[in-house]
Design a protein around this ligand. Structure first.
Ligand code: R5P
Length: 308
């Protein structure tokens, strides 16, 4: 059975359509005081259940609704409960980097399990090591294959894949090797939450067509600063941007419009309502990949070929 939370109904519908199965019905409502109520309408007794709920700018609402739905499913004797959360919010809070910080990514993994999740399917966790935060099975899919196919079709001349920070350099190198491009990265310095400064470009970008490659675009600061730094270093002004999770918090859309990237290529791991769309934005759907994963998990078949 496949259920959709209220965060990304379009993606859930696209996955169900691809699989040729209906979405199971839920009752989700709010009390006047803001409390959430959620329950499956039909029996789930003994069933293999998948619940699709990504996280958006309403991240805490999305999580609370998911916890409550998991609790309802667990108490209704579902046999196995799989959470499909394409964008795993809090994944950037994955370590203590200044004293007394929480590790919120681990806390969310614990809360999901406490609420009733037996398994999580997610995509491009901010760092691969976060898989260790789940004391139960997690499948961390990658958008790598989708973006590599896209770039191969583009056949850009003198292409350099650029990671806007050192953390993403390994993934950017993997893509660069696969598409036969050069590699560069930016030495980024974060001055506050969501405020970063691009320091210097490491690698040769002079006269090259740069493809900035990141996992998350939140406020758009990192990638737009990276663009500025690359232009200063002599890169072509015609630049591409690729990122898995288009969170697009304010003022990301305005920044991206102003930056005039030739193309901004993202997945639909997060919903993109009309007001967050703009010329040059290309959205690659993860629905076919997610549908295949769910089918394989449900029939106890390997997912490793799809994950890489
Ligand atoms: C940071 O380490 C991430 O990979 C992203 O670069 C960052 O979270 C994007 O945030 P923003 O768009 O607000 O700069």
């Amino acid at each position: 059975m496949i259920f959709s939370g209220s965060s990304h109904g379009d993606l859930a519908a696209a996955i169900a359509k691809k699989m040729g199965v209906p979405l199971s019905k839920t009752q989700i409502s709010r009390f006047a005081c803001g409390e959430t109520y959620a329950r499956p309408i039909e029996t789930v007794r003994g069933r293999d259940v998948f619940i699709i709920q990504t996280t958006t700018h309403d991240v805490n609402e999305n999580l609370m609704e998911l916890f409550i739905m998991l609790d309802a499913l667990k108490r209704s004797f579902a046999s196995k409960i799989h959470v499909v959360m394409p964008y795993y919010a809090y994944s950037r809070q994955d370590r203590v980097s200044v004293p007394r910080e929480p590790i919120s990514a681990k806390l969310v993994a614990d809360l999901l399990s406490t609420a009733g999740a037996d398994h999580v399917i997610t995509m491009n966790l901010h760092s691969g090591q976060e898989q260790g935060f789940f004391d139960y099975p997690v499948d961390n899919l990658s958008s790598y294959g989708l973006f590599v196919d896209y770039l191969k079709k583009k056949k850009l001349k003198d292409m350099v894949i650029v990671s806007p920070d050192a953390g993403g350099a390994k993934e950017a190198k993997k893509v660069a090797d696969e598409v036969g491009a050069g590699i560069a990265f930016i030495h980024k310095h974060r001055v506050a939450f969501n405020v970063s400064k691009a320091m210097e470009v490491i690698g040769n970008v002079k006269g090259k067509t740069c493809v900035i490659y990141d996992d998350i675009i939140d406020t758009g600061g990192s990638v737009c600063n990276a663009r500025e730094a690359l232009i200063k270093a002599g890169a072509n002004k015609e630049m591409y941007l690729i990122a898995t999770h288009p969170v697009f918090s304010d003022p990301a859309v305005q920044r991206l419009k102003d930056a005039k990237f030739k193309e901004v290529v993202v997945t639909d791991s997060v919903p993109l309502p009309k007001e967050k769309q703009f010329p040059g934005l290309k959205v690659i759907s993860i629905a076919p990949m997610m549908a295949k994963i769910i089918e394989n998990v449900h029939s106890d078949r390997s997912v490793s070929q799809i994950i890489k």
